[in-house]
Design a protein around this ligand. Structure first.
Ligand code: C2E
Ligand code: MG
Ligand code: MG
Ligand code: MG
Length: 274
């Protein structure tokens, strides 16, 4: 009996693995044509000023892939594949170009201007011509660099430290802002971040979820906020979903907030900006 059970269990497990592998292969194969087939789209989610009610600091661009058979594929499912295959380079360039030209369109429409925040993979930052490619896109789209913000994650702190530090400093000198995304999920401490030219720290949603759960959740969030402030960096809380979280973050003088409480990421035509 036990042998039979084991065998059956093994079969299911291996079928599951096959399914996963073939899903990944499909993604990898079809991603190559996603740009030219117009299957990629940027959604945007507002980052609100917590000290100035109703003011938008920035809109974060979040990529979506409309796959002809699989439907809407989450970036969590295809960005890692794109990073592995190298497709992240053309895709990342497409994202930057689309986000910058969209922000220029918004500005030309006469609404109060805000930044556009774009997620950047470590793979992109490791390209020797990354800085030039960003500057070129800004020129091409006619967007002033002060209206662009790049979001990088703690994983950039692990490889090619000097090259990446130099690139980020050059971009900052050009007027682009730099944020550290998902802060607290990696292995670095805030004092280590001081060596990098970051303007902003985005506290990961996991800590914001903990605010309404226990006292430690509150303490960790407050500690990140005050340490970031003491290093002259702004703080944005990610994934705010409730009034309780918002109230606490305001009390603790968090600068900005983003989350379903304010708005989900939306396609351009569904955004209400004015
Ligand atoms: P991220 O940069 O940390 O983006 C925030 C994610 O949290 C987004 O997921 C957003 O939809 C989600 N989110 C925002 N507020 C809430 C909330 O209140 N509750 C919950 N449950 N979730 C919330 P999304 O759009 O699925 O993107 C996932 C990740 O994929 C991003 O995390 C980012 O790391 C990556 N990504 C997205 N677009 C791009 C891109 O253009 N380039 C690169 N390299 N990565 C991207
Ligand atoms: Mg982000
Ligand atoms: Mg994040
Ligand atoms: Mg995240």
């Amino acid at each position: 009996y036990s042998k039979k059970f084991k065998k059956k269990h093994y079969t299911i497990y291996s079928e599951e693995l096959d399914l996963k592998a073939s899903y990944k292969l499909t993604i990898e194969r079809d991603l190559i044509f996603a740009i030219e087939n117009n299957e990629l789209e940027l959604y945007y989610q507002p980052i609100m000023d917590l000290k100035n009610k109703d003011k938008i600091i920035a809109l974060e661009a979040l990529i979506r892939w409309h796959h002809p058979e699989l439907g809407l594929v989450s970036p969590c499912d295809f960005i890692p594949v794109a990073e592995e295959s190298g497709q992240i380079i053309p895709i990342g360039a497409w994202v930057l170009k689309t986000a910058c030209s969209q922000n220029k369109l918004w500005q030309d429409s006469g609404i109060v201007p805000f930044k556009v925040a774009v997620n950047i993979s470590t793979k992109q930052l490791q390209q020797y011509d990354f800085v030039d490619s960003v500057i070129n896109i800004l020129k091409e789209t006619n967007l002033d660099p002060t209206w662009l913000e790049l979001e990088v994650t703690e994983s950039i702190l692990l490889d090619d430290v000097d090259i990446i530090k130099t690139s980020l400093s050059e971009l900052k000198k050009a007027g682009v802002s730099i944020s550290i995304d998902d802060f607290g999920t990696g292995y670095t401490s805030l004092s280590y971040l001081r060596q990098y030219p970051f303007d902003k720290v985005k506290i990961d949603k996991a800590f914001i979820d903990d605010i309404s759960r226990d006292l430690n959740g509150k303490r960790i969030t407050s500690a990140i906020i005050s340490l970031a402030h003491s290093l002259n960096m702004d703080v944005v809380a990610e994934g705010i979903e409730s009034e309780i979280e918002l109230k606490y973050l305001k009390e603790e003088k968090c600068d900005g907030g983003q989350g379903y409480y304010f708005s989900r990421p939306l396609p351009v035509n569904s955004l209400k900006l004015d």
